[in-house]
Ligand binder design. Structure first.
Ligand SMILES: [Zn+2]
Length: 443
């Protein structure tokens, strides 16, 4: 049961949510999408985590020493925890206390309130955002003593925002769902008075945060209770694949922002999880998709999953030139920046046609140099995108109809006890080998 989770070396972290993991030489870039205000670039020295168990209790407390100048030595935490597996009204959950301090604990099951839905979580994906919180948070997580203005909660909070499950109970007033239905959750924490109808840009509302980061439970727990408006039935989509509906919705929102049409040509910069899922949506929507990527593992994944018509390695030649050669010299209609690497943005400015659109999906931890003359002279339309709004029904349709096979993107399945070693550390150490690791909170 001993967990030895070692990450030694320099790790550069660039901010963001539901994102992409890209490696560059010895550095690991964690690219997650997050509000601009939360963007950070840090260089950390990560030393082996200290993992302790709570006496003879089967529970373990995971305490990690970041080894930074601010840290004075190994952190030893011994905290009383409730009994092992959930009994009665207790359940297991992964809770974020602080940077490098995520604990698997037994906590009370959430209460069913009017207008809410009780869900047994089946699978929950680990996201770049979760890693970002783990390595250098709290970012989205409200620090202890600083409650989020909408959820009213602060650390410790249950983690996990990419999850699927089965409805076990319905709160008063809910008549359009059934117990036993399989669902996903659009994991927003948004003020009750914000209109979240399709067509509304509710992702841009004040104090927006995410279930599994800003409070209100999370998918890395056996059970969750959420407001009706965030629950989306998934029909026949298998529950493991459905854990990827959330990041696929991020990709769908980027596609929607591009206003791309079937028959057009797209170039995607970066084949991390979000780059691959963006390519999957574009392909499903009838575009010709080219991807630019350096990593051998990711180039292979882009081709074996069938999301790219062709993958270009910038080391083998000018990517923009290759795109022009395949488009009668015009260039791509749309480009998607999914790497937060300046040369990739530069390539996209070269590769899209005059009057083309570039959607920036990654969030930048630093200000890149942008070739503005190129943008000006080609009248390129550069657009931002964050989260999703009204994208879940379309995304569920894409997965449910078989236009997108989400099973291809699941690269590992683990239980909650393995969250740090088999999940977070695996994504940090071997990120190029993974697209999505999913967690069974009952295993
Ligand atoms: Zn995510």
């Amino acid at each position: 049961m001993i967990i030895v989770a070692g990450v030694a070396g320099m790790i550069r972290v660039a901010g963001s949510i539901c994102g992409t993991l890209m490696s560059a030489e010895t550095a690991v870039f964690l690219v997650i999408r997050m509000p601009m205000s939360a963007m950070l670039v840090h260089t950390l020295n990560i030393y082996p985590h200290r993992v302790l168990f709570n006496g003879d209790s089967p529970h373990h407390a995971i305490s990690c020493n970041p080894g930074s100048p601010a840290a004075s030595g190994p952190i030893v935490r011994r905290h009383p925890l409730p009994r092992h597996h959930s009994k009665g009204n207790m359940m297991r959950a992964a809770r974020f206390y602080d940077r490098k301090d995520i604990r698997i604990e037994d906590i009370p099951e959430p209460d069913l309130l009017p207008g809410t839905v009780a869900i047994d979580v089946a699978w929950c994906g680990i996201c770049g955002t979760d890693l970002h919180e783990y390595l250098e948070g709290p970012i989205f997580v409200p620090p202890a003593g600083h409650p989020h203005p909408i959820s009213g909660e602060s650390a410790p909070v249950t983690m996990g925002h990419e999850f699927s499950g089965t409805i076990t109970d319905l709160g008063e007033g809910i008549t359009d769902l059934k117990v036993g239905q399989t669902v996903v959750v659009e994991p927003y924490i948004i003020a009750d008075d914000v209109d979240t109808s399709i067509g509304e840009s509710y992702q841009l509302s004040k104090d927006m945060n995410f279930i599994g980061l800003g409070g209100r439970g999370g998918g890395l727990a056996e059970k969750i209770v959420v407001q009706r408006r965030w629950v989306h039935p998934i029909g026949d989509i298998p529950l493991d694949q459905a854990a990827l509906i959330e990041p696929l919705s991020v990709a769908h929102h980027a596609y929607a922002r591009s206003e791309a049409q079937s028959g057009q040509v797209a170039i995607v910069g970066g084949a991390g999880p979000i780059g691959l899922l963006t390519a999957a949506v574009l392909k499903a929507e009838g575009l010709t998709v080219y991807i630019s990527e350096l990593s051998e593992a990711r180039k292979k994944m882009a081709l074996t999953t069938g999301v790219a018509d062709e993958v270009f390695d910038p080391r083998d030649g000018d990517v923009a030139e290759a795109v022009r050669e395949r488009t009668d010299g015009k260039g791509a209609d749309v480009g998607f920046e999914c790497s937060s690497v300046p040369v990739v943005l530069d390539m996209l400015l070269d590769a899209v046609r005059p009057g083309g659109v570039i959607v920036n999906v990654s969030i930048w931890g630093h200000k890149p140099e942008v070739d503005m003359p190129k943008l000006v002279l080609k009248e390129i339309d550069l657009r931002g995108t964050i989260g999703y709004s009204g994208d879940h029904p379309s995304t569920i349709e894409l997965a449910g109809s078989g236009k997108i096979d989400l099973s291809a993107f699941i690269t590992a399945r683990i239980g909650l006890d393995e969250l740090i070693t088999g999940g977070f550390d695996e994504l940090i150490d071997n990120n190029e080998q993974h697209v999505k690791i999913i967690v069974d909170p009952r295993a």
